[in-house]
Design a protein around this ligand. Sequence first.
Ligand SMILES: Nc1ncnc2c1ncn2[C@@H]1O[C@H](COP(=O)(O)OP(=O)(O)OP(=O)(O)O)[C@@H](O)[C@H]1O
Length: 446
Amino acid sequence: MSDGDQQSLSDSIKGRLQTGAQNSVFKNKGLLDPDTVINEDRIVGRDQQLDDIITYLRPTLNGNRPPNMLLYGPSGTGKSLITNAVCEQVEELAQAQGDHFGVVNVNCQTIKSHDRAVYRLVESAAAKAGVTPGVPESGVSTDQKLSRFYEILSDYFDSVIIILDEIDLLVGRQRDPNDEPAYSKLLYQLSRASQLGRIDGHISVAALTNDPRFMENLDGRAESSFNPQDVVFSDYDANQLRAILQRRRDAYQDGVLEDDIIPLSAAYAAQDHGDARKAIDLFRKAGEVADRQGVDTVREEHVRDAQEEAERDRTLTQMQGLSTQKKLSLYATAIVPVYTNRNMNAVPSTVAYRVYQYLTGLIDADEKSRDSYLRYMSEAETYNFVTSEKRGRGYGSGVHKEYTFIDDPEVVAETLREDFRLEDVENNDDLIKSVVNAQVKEFFDD
Ligand SMILES: Nc1ncnc2c1ncn2[C@@H]1O[C@H](COP(=O)(O)OP(=O)(O)OP(=O)(O)O)[C@@H](O)[C@H]1O
């Protein structure tokens, strides 16, 4: 490519990028970003929870220790938002009166062990204090890390709130189901720390969870020393979700939203337990669909498309978490309607199980019994991948089940094939096709 050609290609790319940006239906898309921390004036409702948390944290500003808190409710009901909003204000007021108040925030979702959790606390506290962690991530005991954590808190803060988000997911490596979960041990240590004089200032813990029975899983010692004040967050209804979206309406350009967009996004999210995160995601995705189509208004059909896309993504994510045997059972069932020459929606379990048996041989996996296959498929039914119906095939022929896929079986098969072991299957496509057709023929022509 000559220099001139190169230049005109860059200009054309630049031009297309700029045109795209100018034509977007969004004005401030960041407002609909899941991680954006919004201003208080965009928070809708939650007055009771705000009041409670304000009451519990107020003592901090008078030099007293606030209580521990347990905030629970389904996902997307504002637990993190409200907690962080109050903590931010406490931080500002404390700073104004010359106190050192700190918020140490850790999301436990991906933390695999108690030791890792303690290290994350060290990292977070060090970042807040503007110092280095001062202990290595590995090679020293958990107790040394914990001591460093307490040292940072004592040296740099008068009072600290430790926010442990999704605490119920910090289970740790339990060798035995009766072992104490990592969160129980951590809560015990943190809530005992100031009582035992291991920290000079005040600390209190705010644990956030979706699990209303969280306290039941705590060890007795942890339960009595943690002893939190509860703050309950309930589902939002469609009206509340509507109000939440209304206050972020300026994420869009003026006049691009058709009237039904906000009510429809809110209604879809309300059907699905009233999760504000879902409502906001849907509201944003509808605009993304409109942008992709290059149109300048967001219409009802864009919300419906976005909702379908979201459902599909969720299904696929769930599917990727299945064990190999379950994937194989589902895959064997999905390829029957895809590969058969007949027009077929409902897949007889007899056919699918034979295809399953053939596939286990092909990829050298264990062949499970027919009952196991049926069990795996019942599970697939509870995940909403398929629906099933019992069918008799005439006198003396017994009863079998028939499975119908909720999503397109071709998409299901493709997703599952991405799994490493099912890649082998791809290389034998023609063979599998002929096995499927032979089994279908045998079943229906018998
Ligand atoms: N009352 C509200 N007003 C405005 N926005 C809200 C409100 N409640 C939640 N949101 C928004 O919904 C999204 C999810 O809220 P948040 O993260 O606080 O939920 P959560 O209850 O902590 O969820 P999870 O249990 O999944 O962590 C965020 O983008 C937040 O800004």
